[in-house]
Each structure stands twice: as structure tokens, then as C-alpha cells.
Design a protein around this ligand. Structure first.
Ligand SMILES: *[C@@H]1O[C@H](CO)[C@@H](O)[C@H](O)[C@H]1NC(C)=O
Ligand SMILES: *[C@@H]1O[C@H](CO)[C@@H](O)[C@H](O)[C@H]1NC(C)=O
Ligand SMILES: *[C@@H]1O[C@H](CO)[C@@H](O)[C@H](O)[C@H]1NC(C)=O
Ligand SMILES: *[C@@H]1O[C@H](CO)[C@@H](O)[C@H](O)[C@H]1NC(C)=O
Ligand SMILES: [Cu+2]
Length: 401
């Protein structure tokens, strides 16, 4: 993997040119993206070798592995799907939004659909699944469970697509994901003059208010496949000036989807620097930044790039269909980073102050363990962290193109 290490360094070097004048920024970004793609090619080939060797090794010992190269499925970038594949995905999400909720009304009276079951699970656990040791595995299982519901309950035959942030960083609103066409996941919000969001710590969490850059939308999504979509749950909090909905956000609060996509936030936070980190602690701190400082990493940066309501709400964000392609990319990054050193990184969960069961270890708590349960509530079955560390074993057999 020596060549890969070299390449990672040069990707970071090109990315570091983000401070140059706007005029040349485009070509620097283009170069960075090209180098990132070269890195991905190397990771994929190393990954394929590893899976093939592991399969041969296990068969020699008389075992038949559940995940073999011929059974491996791939998740793809949304923009690379065919028109029909995009429509199939959109229709499956709409199907999930039309199936009845499994969450009892006395748990969440706002949960009206199977789609909402996932939102409830996220709202209820927000404070114990972010800046905690379970963050990456929890969201991996969350996205897989959603993909599985689309397939099992809505006859979707594809796989969860992802959003390659850096690919469209200058204008995500014009990307195939959000361009407002009938194959987009809904367009940007209609433009209204506005200031960017101010993120504000939830009760009990340290840090101050942070002003973020504005996007070029801000109001209702009125175009594309999710035009005028109804959001049932939330808001809960995280943004200054947002009042919680009924029952702390779990009550019924129908309103129209808003977004505030734009290049400013995306350009500031979307890059591949995570690939260059030596251990999970460093990876997590680059990916998620430090809460309630301006360094919110690509994870937070892209959540606020979607912005609006519920996209800008830390708790309710999965109620925007864009959440799922963002977290697809989050999982893709982690999967690639793991593939750079599989033996260590598929076993690694220690992450300094982000490796505990409380938000940034505040208040201090024990370290997260591989045997800890990932609880999906009414959305899907639960599992342990140890079972989801590898996308090619346990319940999984997938990789990213
Ligand atoms: C909701 O109602 C069911 C019975 O309908 C009951 O078993 C359950 O304990 C209730 N849950 C809550 C959170 O009140
Ligand atoms: C999925 O396909 C099965 C078998 O054809 C059918 O019975 C079911 O209604 C379909 N489900 C949905 C949500 O379309
Ligand atoms: C969405 O709502 C807007 C404003 O009310 C309306 O002009 C538009 O036709 C609606 N679009 C769809 C697809 O319903
Ligand atoms: C990548 O983005 C992060 C914010 O997400 C930023 O702190 C970092 O400096 C960027 N790295 C490069 C090399 O531009
Ligand atoms: Cu989350």
C-alpha cells in the first residue's frame, strides 16, 4: 500500500490550496477531485485483492464465507445512476413514506410512516450517537437498515446511493441530486434573502453559537421529486431561534420541507483530508470537527449545506431524504479509510474523547465497546457494534464504487 500512502499525501497537499483566489479555485478543486478519484481506484483494487484472498483462505480451511467477490454489491454515486435507477430510488423512498409507521402513537404521535420510524429513532438517541464511540457504526447500521427497508418493504432492487460532496462542491444545487428535475431528490429551497444558520449547543453541551455561511435557497422546496414534501416530526433543536415542535419534536407538526443548499459551506468543509489520518481518533476529529466551533468537519458542514428544515436540525435531519445520501458518503469515507489498513481499522473503535458513550465524553463516561448494542428502536432490528465494523462480513456484503 506504499503508493496509496504517497497519493493520500498529495491529495491533501492539493486540497490545502483551498486558500487561493476564487479564480483558480475551480481548477485546484478539479485537480483535487481527480487525485481523489485516483486514490479511490487504488483503494478499490486493494480491497478486491483482500476480499479475494480472504475468500480463498477460508475455502482452504473448508469454510464458505457469506461474502465473496461474486456476492458483493456496490453502492454508487447518485449522479452516476441511470434515469430509471434514480426514479426507482425516488419511488422506493416515497413508498416508505406511504407505509404505516410501526412506532406506537404513545411513543411518537408525529410518526406517520415507516420513513418516520427512522426519524423517531434518530431524534430519541441524538445525544448518545454523535461525538460518541458508536457514531460511525451506528450510522452505518442506520443507513443499511433504511436501504434494507427500501428493498424488503418497497421492492427496491438497487442499493443506497451516496452524494460525493466534493464532486459538486461549488454548486451542489445544480448537481443531479438537487437540480430540481424529476430525477432529483427535490430541488433547492426557493430563494429568500436570509443570513446563514447559527448553530447553538443543545442543553448540557459545551461550546458557543457559531454563524455559518448562507446558501442560495432558504425557503420551501417546490421542484423535483420531493417538491412540497411534508415533514411530520420536529423540529427539536440545534439552531438558534428554532422552537421545538409538540412533544419535544415527537408530536405531529406537518410543514413543508425547506433547504438552503449553496457552494460556500460545501467548499469550506468538503474534502478528503480524513483519508490522511493515522488513527480513528484523528479520523473522527477531522470528519466531525469540534462541536460548536467553526471547525465542524465534512459531517456537520454537509448537514448545514443541506440546511433548512429539517436538514439543519441535528435531531430531525433524517426527515430530509438528502440525509441518506450524505450519510451514504460518510459511510463510504469510513469504508475506504478502513480498506487502507483493514486488519487494524476494522477492529479500531477507540477515539479519544469521541470514543465514549456520552457526547464528547461530557459528562465523563466509560469507553464504547464493540459489544455495545446499536438500538434501532421501532425502525429496524438492533445489532452490536462489533457486527458492523466490516462491510464484507456479518450482515453485510457491500462496497462503494
Ligand atoms: C404505549 O401503549 C402500550 C399499550 O397500547 C403500552 O404497552 C406501552 O407501555 C405504552 N408506551 C408508552 C411509552 O407509554
Ligand atoms: C412488492 O412486491 C410484492 C410481490 O410482487 C407485492 O405483493 C407487494 O405489494 C409489493 N410491495 C409494494 C410496497 O409495492
Ligand atoms: C408546490 O407548491 C408550489 C407553491 O404552492 C406550487 O406552485 C407548485 O406547483 C407545487 N408543486 C408540486 C409538484 O406540487
Ligand atoms: C478540509 O476541510 C476541513 C473542514 O471540514 C478543514 O478544516 C481542512 O483544513 C480542510 N483540509 C484541506 C487540506 O483543505
Ligand atoms: Cu446522526
Amino acid at each position: 500500500m506504499k503508493t496509496t500512502t504517497l497519493l493520500v499525501t498529495s491529495v491533501a497537499a492539493v486540497m490545502a490550496s483551498g486558500a487561493v483566489a476564487d479564480r483558480v479555485l475551480s481548477s485546484a478543486l478539479f485537480e483535487a477531485q481527480k487525485q481523489a478519484e485516483a486514490l479511490v481506484t487504488e483503494i478499490k483494487s486493494a480491497f478486491a485483492d483482500e476480499l479475494r484472498e480472504r475468500t480463498i483462505e477460508l475455502r482452504k480451511r473448508g469454510q464458505e464465507p457469506a461474502c465473496t467477490p461474486d456476492k458483493l454489491v456496490t453502492r454508487r454515486e447518485y449522479g452516476t445512476l441511470s434515469r430509471q435507477e434514480k426514479l426507482d430510488y425516488i419511488n422506493a423512498v416515497k413508498c416508505l413514506q406511504s407505509l404505516p409507521a410501526r412506532t406506537p402513537a404513545n411513543v411518537s404521535s408525529g410518526a406517520k410512516s415507516r420513513f418516520d420510524d427512522f426519524v423517531v429513532t434518530h431524534i430519541q438517541q441524538t445525544m448518545t450517537i454523535h461525538y460518541t464511540g458508536n457514531f460511525m457504526p451506528w450510522h452505518r447500521w442506520f443507513v443499511w437498515s433504511y436501504e434494507n427497508a427500501l428493498r424488503e418493504e418497497c421492492n427496491y432492487t438497487g442499493y443506497q446511493p451516496y452524494w460525493d460532496w466534493a464532486r459538486y462542491a461549488e454548486a451542489p444545487q445544480d448537481s443531479p441530486l438537487f437540480d430540481g428535475s424529476d430525477t432529483s431528490l427535490g430541488g433547492n429551497g426557493d430563494y429568500i434573502p436570509h443570513k446563514g444558520p447559527v448553530i447553538s449547543p443543545p442543553p448540557g453541551v459545551g461550546g458557543g453559537d457559531i454563524q455559518l455561511p448562507a446558501g442560495v435557497g432558504g425557503s420551501f422546496v417546490t421542484t423535483g421529486a420531493f417538491a412540497n414534501m411534508t415533514v411530520n416530526l420536529g423540529p427539536v433543536g440545534g439552531l438558534l431561534g428554532v422552537e421545538p415542535g409538540p412533544d419535544g419534536g415527537l408530536g405531529y407538526n406537518p410543514r413543508r420541507l425547506k433547504r438552503d443548499l449553496g457552494g460556500a459551506m460545501n467548499m469550506r468543509y468538503a474534502n478528503w483530508t480524513t483519508m490522511n489520518t493515522p488513527d480513528f481518533d484523528a479520523y473522527r476529529h477531522v470528519s466531525e470537527g469540534v462541536p460548536y466551533t467553526a471547525e465542524i468537519g465534512p459531517h456537520g458542514g454537509i448537514h448545514y449545506t443541506i440546511g433548512g428544515d429539517p436538514g439543519g436540525d441535528l435531531f430531525t435531519s433524517p426527515a430530509d431524504p438528502a440525509f441518506w445520501v450524505h450519510h451514504g458518503q460518510m459511510d463510504r469515507m469510513w469504508t475506504y479509510w478502513q480498506a487502507l489498513d483493514p486488519a487494524t481499522r476494522k477492529a479500531e473503535i477507540k477515539a479519544g474523547n469521541y470514543g465514549h458513550i456520552t457526547w464528547a465524553n461530557d459528562p465523563p463516561s466509560r469507553e464504547t465497546s464493540l459489544s455495545d448494542v446499536i438500538d434501532m428502536g421501532y425502525a429496524a432490528p438492533s445489532i452490536t457494534i462489533g457486527e458492523v465494523m466490516d462491510t464484507t462480513s456479518g450482515p453485510f456484503c457491500y462496497f462503494y464504487l
